[in-house]
Each structure stands twice: as C-alpha cells, then as structure tokens.
Design a protein around this ligand. Structure first.
Ligand SMILES: [Zn+2]
Length: 307
C-alpha cells in the first residue's frame, strides 16, 4: 500500500473506500458513458437539424416556384388588361369618329357604365352605324348640295318677287344660281329623268324624280345630256348652264319639289352630313322622323338577316 492512495467517502449509507486506481477506473467509465451520450444526443440533434434545413430549403424552393408562377400570372393578367383597355380605347375612338361625322356632341356614356362596357359599346356602335347608313342613304336619294360646282352665288331667291321681265309680282318657285355659260349641271340626288326638253318660260329643262316624293328641276340650260326614263346618280352631269327661256342672263334655275309642291331649295343646297338634322327643323312639310324610321327599319332588318 506504499504507492496507493485511499479515498474514503462518507455518506448516509456508511463509508466507502476506493483505491485511486479504482477511482480513476470509475471516472474513466463515466467519462466514456458521458462522451457516448454526448455523441448520441449531439448526433441526433445534428441529424434532426439537417433534416429541418432540408425541409425548409425544399419549402423555400416551393414558395419560390409558386411566387414565380404568381408573378407570371400577374404579368399575363396585366397584359390582358392592357389589351382590353386598348380595345376599349379603339372602340371609343371609333364611336367618337362616327359621332364627329354625324355632328353629335354628347360624350358617350360607355366608359362610365359598370356592366359589360364592351357589349354596350358594341350595341351603341351598331346603332350609330345604322344611323350612318340611314344618313348616307338619305344623302344619296334626297336632293342635297348645289347642282353646280364651286362657290354658290344666288342671283334670285325663292318666294314672291318683282319679275324683271314680266314687270309684276310673281312667285319664284326656285333659286337662280349664277353660272358661266356651258358650266356643267349635276343631279343633286339619285333619280329617274321625268322630263327632258323645252318648257315655256323655263327653256331647256330637266326634271328628275327622286325617292320619297322629291323632285328637282334644272332650267335655262344650254344643252341637255339625259333622256326621259334614265336612272341618274347624284353628281352625274345632266346638262350645261345657259340662258334659254325667259332669262336676263346665264344662270341655273333650280327647284326642289315635294309631293308636287315647291320648297325653298336653299335648305337642300345647304344640307350637309355634318348638320344633317338641321333640315328636319327647317323643312316641316316633310315627315322626316317617319322617313328616317322607315329607312332605318330597312337597314336593321338587313343587318338581322346577315347575322
Ligand atoms: Zn329662276
């Protein structure tokens, strides 16, 4: 027992004695167990954390993919919105254009409406297009504009006047338009030639029958280029200005008649597509509303058949 220490431990169970060798051995065993435990617990923890990292990384990738998809979808939606906005813009521009042509000043209400603006716009557009067709039809078939080119110079107006040759008050059933001798005279609307020849007082005269009860008269011509029964288009040259008949100089005597009775031609000469409704107020003998209704009904039924 020379080089051996003895360690004595007192506790409630009594006294235990260890030699130093035994003591170290036990400490060594505890140490091993402790290290092993540390390894097991540490390893487990590390393994668990690695697993968590893997899971979180995967989740991150998943979220990133979802985010990418959402960004893509958002981009697509924005492109669609931009496209729709452009379409709507084009539609509104088209309507504005049509309205300008028709002389309507009111702002269209389509943008403000909440439900199906495109459908509404299309409906409005088709209505306007019908209106334009009606208007174009009217401007082809009802007298409008002057029968001669260039600046209009009225030398004698419609109505009662003192006749320079007959030297008495007489009703002037048309207007006299100043013209050069031989200046072309054109039809002011489509129609059929009802009369082409000499007429007392009128000289060489053409009478054209138009749709809806209208007639036009062109008098004092130097020559006639059409025959009775011919279909004449608006703007077509029918004769040339002169001074045949009872005249004081070269001019075109121009009349517009409705149901055989003369109307002041000036309203028809000044009738333009821009302010085409103005004549509705000026010329009351014509039942314009009824006429427009009849023509537009015709176009609507045509449009329905096409659909
Ligand atoms: Zn005259």
């Amino acid at each position: 027992m020379k080089d051996k220490f003895t360690i004595t431990i007192h506790d409630i169970n009594g006294v235990k004695q260890y030699t130093l060798k035994q003591f170290f051995k036990k400490i060594f065993i505890f140490l091993i167990i402790f290290i092993l435990l540390a390894f097991v617990i540490g390893g487990g923890t590390i393994w668990y954390l690695y697993k968590r990292v893997d899971e979180l990384t995967e989740l991150r990738y998943k979220l990133e993919r979802e985010n990418e998809l959402l960004v893509k979808k958002n981009k697509e939606l924005q492109e669609t919105i931009a496209k729709k906005e452009q379409e709507l813009g084009e539609l509104v521009a088209k309507i504005k254009n049509i309205e300008e042509m028709m002389g309507i000043k009111e702002e269209p209400v389509i943008v403000a409406s909440t439900s199906k603006p495109k459908q509404k716009a299309n409906k409005l557009l088709s209505k306007l297009e019908v209106d334009i067709k009606v208007r174009n039809y009217m401007f082809k078939h009802i007298p409008n504009g002057a029968p001669i080119y260039g600046r209009i110079r009225i030398t004698s107006r419609y109505g009662y006047r003192f006749h320079p040759i007959l030297r008495r008050r007489k009703f002037h059933a048309g207007v006299d338009l100043g013209a050069r001798y031989g200046q072309p005279v054109m039809a002011t609307a489509d129609g059929i030639v009802e009369y082409a020849g000499w007429k007392s007082g009128y000289g060489k005269t053409i009478i054209i029958q138009h749709n809806f009860g209208f007639k036009t008269v062109y008098a004092h011509l130097s020559s006639i280029k059409v025959r009775v029964g011919r279909y004449i288009r608006k703007g077509q040259i029918i004769g040339y200005a002169g001074s045949t008949g009872r005249t004081t100089g070269t001019h075109v005597h121009y009349e517009v008649r409705y149901l055989q009775r003369p109307i002041n031609p000036i309203y028809f000469i000044n009738w333009r597509k821009k302010n085409y409704r103005k004549i509705f107020r000026k010329v009351r003998v014509v039942r314009w509303a009824y006429l427009v209704k009849v023509i537009s009904r015709n176009f609507r039924s045509k449009a329905q058949k096409q659909q």
